[in-house]
Design a protein around this ligand. Structure first.
Ligand code: FA5
Length: 319
């Protein structure tokens, strides 16, 4: 019994085999050990002692073998689950930086080299920063509820990053040389060059003796650095309530057959300077606001702004 039991338990190779051997040898109801125990009762007292000792020895040996078989299987299961450090690794699938993020980073880098630092403002703005402080009177078509996302009478999703000009000048005395990059919102009809949410880069430089020539130089240098030495841009006279004189800046589109508006710009209106406590007799400044999507599109030859917002990895991975 002992040698057969030890052999069975020693050879058991699965939890099922161990259990079967346990039942056969150590089972409480009809195990072979149990049968041997019952035989003890039928023996003469003289033989009982020796039989009992032998019985206990066999029982302990089988129980130990059972324990060992269980431990052996458990160890093997753990080993099977364990990390095999010799296997070749699987490469994690990395995401990709969105072309607009790349553009924003490049703008920060480029304007940084021209001495502009980065300023920020909130996307949920009050109408004072979006309109009043920018010299846009209470009754002005730019405030039309159909052209803006109002959240209440006095708050809105900002429609332009020019709001940040005001926040910067309110917070610090001149000289100022900052850019602000961020989202703006307008309920425009969506087409190849218009979205209802887009990004602008705002620039503001205020100091003694800043002129329109400085503005045009900075914008030309920027356009050549970001879009290429051969890019053509043009300035058209325009109007913004917060700049005087004002211009619109166009870039010759890739393909070279049409001009697309890149942004608006001008010399900061004296009324705006006065409203933030600057003295227009002492300092002058220029400001510009450019559409980042269009810059990105011109740079990479993208023809439809909507491609930037569809989240198609096959498109995004090309940049
Ligand atoms: C402005 O927003 C002025 N704040 C710009 C400015 C700043 C003028 C500082 C003077 C001084 P405008 O509405 O033209 O201007 O918009 C500027 C640029 O944003 C446009 O030239 C265009 O490149 C981009 N843009 C305007 N609307 C959209 C739109 N719906 N989708 C994508 N880009 C747009």
């Amino acid at each position: 019994l002992e040698s057969e039991g030890l052999a069975a338990l020693g050879a058991a190779d699965s939890p099922e085999a161990v259990e079967a051997a346990r039942i056969e040898y150590l089972g409480q109801k009809s195990g072979r050990l149990k049968a041997a125990q019952e035989r003890l009762r039928t023996l003469e007292p003289s033989g009982k002692r020796a039989y009992g000792q032998r019985f206990n020895g066999v029982k302990q040996a089988l129980e130990a073998a059972l324990e060992e078989a269980r431990t052996r299987l458990e160890r093997r299961a753990v080993a099977a689950d364990a990390l095999d450090v010799t296997l070749p690794g699987s490469r994690p699938r990395l995401g990709h930086r969105h072309p607009l993020t790349q553009t924003a980073d490049e703008l920060i880098d480029l304007f940084g080299r021209f001495g502009f630092s980065v300023a920020r403002g909130p996307e949920v703005e009050d109408t004072r920063h979006n309109f009043d402080a920018l010299n846009i009177p209470p009754v002005h078509p730019a405030r039309d509820p159909l052209d803006n996302f109002y959240l209440s009478e006095s708050t809105m999703l900002r429609s332009q990053t020019s709001t940040v000009q005001i926040r910067v000048m309110e917070a610090q005395p001149p000289p100022v040389r900052v850019i602000a990059i961020g989202r703006v919102y307008r309920p425009d009809t969506v087409d190849a060059t218009h979205s209802f949410m887009f990004h602008q880069v705002e620039g503001l430089m205020v100091d003694r003796g800043v002129t329109m020539a400085d503005l045009k130089t900075v914008l030309r240098l920027f356009a050549r650095s970001y879009l290429g030495q051969d890019v053509k841009i043009r300035f058209r006279p325009s109007f913004f309530p917060f700049t005087e004189p004002s211009v619109e800046v166009d870039m010759l589109w890739h393909g070279g057959d049409r001009w697309v508006e890149m942004g608006g710009a001008g010399m900061v209106d004296p009324n705006v300077l006065r409203a933030v406590g600057y003295d227009p007799e002492e300092v002058t400044g220029f400001a510009f606001g450019l559409g980042i999507e269009r810059l990105c599109m011109r740079r990479h030859g993208i023809d439809d702004i909507r491609l930037l917002y569809q989240g198609d990895v096959r498109f995004l991975e090309q940049f």
